[in-house]
Design a protein around this ligand. Sequence first.
Ligand code: TYC
Length: 109
Amino acid sequence: MTERDLSNPNIDDHDLAVKEAEPKLKRPPLYQVVLINDDYTPMEFVVEVLETIFGMVRSQATRVMLEVHTKGKGICGTFSFEIAETKVAQVSSIAEQQQHPLLCTMEEH
Ligand code: TYC
């Protein structure tokens, strides 16, 4: 007998307790995509970015843009690593194309 029958009270285990291994699954980390304020990017462009890349309606997009404008930075959304990385790349690419200095980063949350 190689495996012991833990349910059988007639088998003497010499008082050894056997504990099941804990499941080793961890939740994947989440990342906040953050917009940084600057003095040159037009407010309208930032609102359009929030609508097109982050799926916000105009009222939401305007609120987030004004939060960035007044507080220096603001959260566009929380995503898995790959999605956050893609959003940052999309914002940076469109800002560069239109020659705006808009900065977008990601932070582990
Ligand atoms: N501060 C900019 C302006 O007054 C607007 C702006 C908002 C720029 C948010 C960047 O992430 C930003 N035109």
